[in-house]
Design a protein around this ligand. Structure first.
Ligand code: GTP
Ligand code: MG
Length: 336
């Protein structure tokens, strides 16, 4: 039996933007905990599955993954957790902002989403505003957006998809349809339907998420072999936890910007980052063997060698070349 939810939706945004509250508003139930203190909120990614308006949806709530002022090292476990929850990829990203000024902090959220996923992620994104009560009397969200150039550019990049709720003050429909969460949740679900249809029911994915998914599947196989009659849901849950722990160990000491390289299998990393370098089966075998023997560890620690790199891709390429060079040296020595 396929117990996987039909729609996987991840909520992203700054701490305090109202992600967990929005998740509860959509699900029509307080399934996620809201912390009213200004600093601490959601500390870990969590998934809740529920049927809403006839659709089975899995909402993945995240902590403020893209906050400015938090070190990437600090965020790494939460980012890895988010990847294991999302893998092989979500059907949609709900990017959450408050109805307020659009500053460089909000801009930074988008820059980081594009950095960790890719610009393509915006094809799967819907912008949802919270604190709708802040909208001036009679103003709709589209009008608010049109007044701010950067914001309206962003909404355009997201195919014009934007909605508004107020998780606190718009609980009851008091006749004014626009100020009713029920109305907007229905609109959000319709937009998600249309977007998923336009994306041919595919989820957003990339090489990193696929590799994370392979890691989870490997764990599932092991658990299935050793467990009796555990349900598929329980197997997946345990596999995600083991994959999370493994991936976290693998990424130790590596800057989040270069996580892609750390999370991809080493052979895949080299092939991906330096196309043309590993073209033969034998080449791939050599790299895989080197990875198993621990040879690559030294090169991976050599991420410091990539410190001068301008972008994470460049950093990965530098390390990939270092890995490849080590492999070639070891192969020529063993052939002597
Ligand atoms: N007035 C108003 N308050 C809201 C709204 N949404 C959330 N809040 C309040 O804002 C605070 C933060 O909301 P959360 O839903 O916990 O925000 P979050 O984005 O999940 O925060 P983190 O988990 O820390 O990342 C809480 O006190 C909420 O009650 C809204 O639409 N209107
Ligand atoms: Mg939260």
């Amino acid at each position: 039996m396929d117990v996987l939810p039909s729609r996987k939706i991840v909520l992203l945004g700054k701490t305090g933007a109202g992600k967990s509250s929005l998740a509860n508003t959509i699900l029509g139930e307080k399934l996620f905990t809201i912390d009213h203190s200004p600093i601490s909120g959601t500390s870990e990614c969590q998934t809740k599955i529920k049927s809403v308006n006839g659709r089975s949806i899995a909402l993945i709530d995240t902590p403020g993954l893209f906050d400015t002022g938090r070190s990437e090292d600090d965020m790494k476990p939460e980012i890895v957790r988010c990847l294991t929850e999302c893998a092989p990829g979500p059907h949609a990203f709900l990017i959450v902002f408050k109805v307020e000024k659009f500053t460089e902090h909000e801009e930074a959220v988008i820059t980081k989403i594009c950095q960790y996923f890719s610009e393509d992620a915006l094809k799967y994104a819907v912008i949802v505003f919270t604190h709708g009560d802040q909208l001036p009397e009679g103003m709709k969200i589209e009008e608010f957006v049109s007044q701010l150039k950067d914001l309206s550019d962003l909404v355009k990049k997201c195919g014009g998809r934007c909605h508004v709720v107020d998780n606190k003050y718009w609980k009851i429909n008091e006749g004014d349809n626009y100020r009713s969460n029920q109305f907007h949740v229905a609109e959000i679900l319709n937009t998600l339907d249309k977007m998923t249809e336009a994306n041919k029911e595919s989820c957003y994915t990339n090489q990193m998420l696929q590799e994370v998914n392979r890691e989870i599947q490997r764990e599932e196989e092991c658990i299935r072999e050793s467990s009796g009659n555990m349900s598929q849901e329980e197997i997946r849950k345990q596999a995600k936890q083991s994959a999370f722990e493994r991936l976290l160990i693998r990424s130790a000491g590596i800057a989040t910007g270069a996580l892609l390289g750390a999370l991809l299998g080493v052979a895949e990393m080299v092939a991906f980052a330096v196309p043309g370098l590993v073209t033969t089966e034998r080449g791939r075998g050599t790299v895989a063997l080197a990875a198993q023997s621990g040879l690559v560890k030294g090169a991976l620690t050599g991420y410091t060698a990539a410190e001068g790199a301008e972008s994470s891709l460049e950093a990965i390429q530098k390390v990939a070349e270092a890995v490849w060079n080590k492999c070639s040296v070891s192969e020529s020595q063993s052939n002597k």
